[in-house]
Design a protein around this ligand. Structure first.
Ligand SMILES: [Zn+2]
Length: 76
């Protein structure tokens, strides 16, 4: 079935007379087109980036604790 990717709202689904079925935008791409896949991948990467952003804060906090522990070790 022919699906479209809306570059305005990001919805993927059946087209409504060539427009996005969700927001009605005509800024749509065929969902199986290479640049549409790229758009979806970049959007997913941004979503993963937002999720891993909070993880990296935890990693930094862990790094600070480790750094202090190592600092105490090396000062001895
Ligand atoms: Zn849309």
């Amino acid at each position: 079935m022919h699906e479209i990717l809306c570059t305005r709202c990001g919805a993927v689904g059946p087209d409504a007379a060539g427009n996005c079925a969700r927001c009605g935008s005509s800024q749509v791409l065929a969902a199986d087109a290479p640049h549409a896949r790229k758009f979806i991948e970049e959007r997913d990467a941004r979503n993963r980036g937002a999720a891993s952003g909070s993880a990296s804060i935890r990693t930094q906090a862990t790094g600070k604790v480790l750094g202090r522990a190592l600092g105490r070790l090396f000062r001895k």
